[in-house]
Design a protein around this ligand. Structure first.
Ligand code: UDP
Ligand code: MG
Length: 315
């Protein structure tokens, strides 16, 4: 088993490849590490695929994983994780914005006893209010919702312990939430300031639309974190609330009708009571359904509802 696997998602980065690959190799060789470099070509159309294929044929430390089409950064990273054999997996952007020189520092931090060390682009070199403001807001929100306090979630430069990655499953655009997913799995997480450079070649693959998708993913994560194993606690409680509300209103109207002989057939309150009872019952059923789904989810993946860090015993 290798010590380190470096995973890099590549989408239309043809001019960056000849700089990136030797730079990473040089740093890791100088650090005396037994490493492999895994570049995942995410359906590039600019010749990156060909370039990567050539380079992988020429170098023994490089493996090129070529995807059939463009699946997005999360899927590209997941493909790299699946191929990685290292005890530690490092991810980094393919556009030279992250600095390979930071990799040994990340590894050293990991050795201090963490499962994930996340880079923090303290002096971020992306300009323009449309990039920095959404990122600020997103970082703040993600921190609030997930309970993982990091300054920078968007930085790809991170180091993971292999066991941790094996427990995490990536969907959608969840790569940005890897620290949050790791936290759900009980990981110890640290953050380390890293260098960041402006893009020299090619251009960014993301625009403002990303912010909205990130927000949707955040909802999923928030839900998973709190209620993955007990959805009935959310839906059941809401259902109970509506059911009691509906029954209370109904009882009130019944008293008016029977004791005071008032006509209640035309009152909006009667409809509200009916609506609340039906909503309550539906939420209950929904909660039960979600419970069954969650059981299938856990059991189909052989996923335990806990993660053991270590077992200490005399024998
Ligand atoms: N990327 C990818 N698939 C995509 C979009 C991006 O593999 O569909 C890669 C891209 O080549 C780069 C990294 O993900 O290595 C980050 O992308 P980018 O630099 O455009 O993001 P930014 O730094 O602007 O947030
Ligand atoms: Mg970039």
């Amino acid at each position: 088993m290798r010590q380190v696997s470096v995973v890099v998602p590549i989408y239309n980065e043809v001019e960056n490849l000849p700089h990136l690959i030797p730079a990473v190799a040089e740093v890791l060789t100088a650090a005396g590490l037994d490493y492999e470099l895994i570049c995942v070509d995410d359906g590039s159309q600019d010749g990156s695929t060909e370039r990567l294929r050539q380079m992988a044929q020429a170098r023994s430390d490089l493996k090129a994983v070529i995807l059939r089409r463009n699946y997005g950064q999360t899927a590209a990273m997941a493909a790299g994780f699946d191929q990685a054999t290292g005890q530690v997996v490092v991810t980094l952007d393919g556009d030279l914005q992250n600095d390979p020189q930071d990799i040994p520092r990340l590894l050293a931090k990991l050795e201090e006893g963490y499962d994930l060390v996340s880079g923090w682009r303290q002096h971020r070199q992306d300009h323009g209010i449309t990039r920095l403001l959404p990122s600020r807001v997103a970082n703040w929100l993600i921190g609030r919702v997930t309970g993982v306090k990091l300054h920078d979630y968007g930085c790809t430069l991170k180091a993971y312990r292999r066991e941790l990655l094996q427990d995490m499953h990536l969907y959608g655009e969840l790569h940005r939430f890897l620290p949050a997913l790791a936290y759900i799995e009980g990981a110890r997480i640290a953050e380390l300031p890293v260098r960041h450079h402006p893009r020299r070649f090619g251009h960014s693959k993301y625009g403002l639309g990303r912010t909205l998708r990130v927000m949707m993913d955040l909802l999923t994560i928030a839900f998973m974190k709190r209620f993955l194993t007990r959805p009935m606690h959310v839906f059941g409680l809401m259902g109970l609330f509506f059911l009691l509300l509906g029954l209370g209103l109904g009882a009130y109207l019944l008293v008016l009708k029977l004791a005071f002989a008032q006509s209640i057939g035309q009152r909006p309150l009667l409809f509200l009571a009916g609506l609340a009872v039906i909503s309550g019952l539906q939420l209950f059923c929904f909660g039960l359904l979600a419970e069954m789904l969650m059981r299938t989810y856990h059991e189909s993946q052989g996923r335990p509802i806990y993660r053991v860090r270590e077992v200490v015993s005399q024998s």
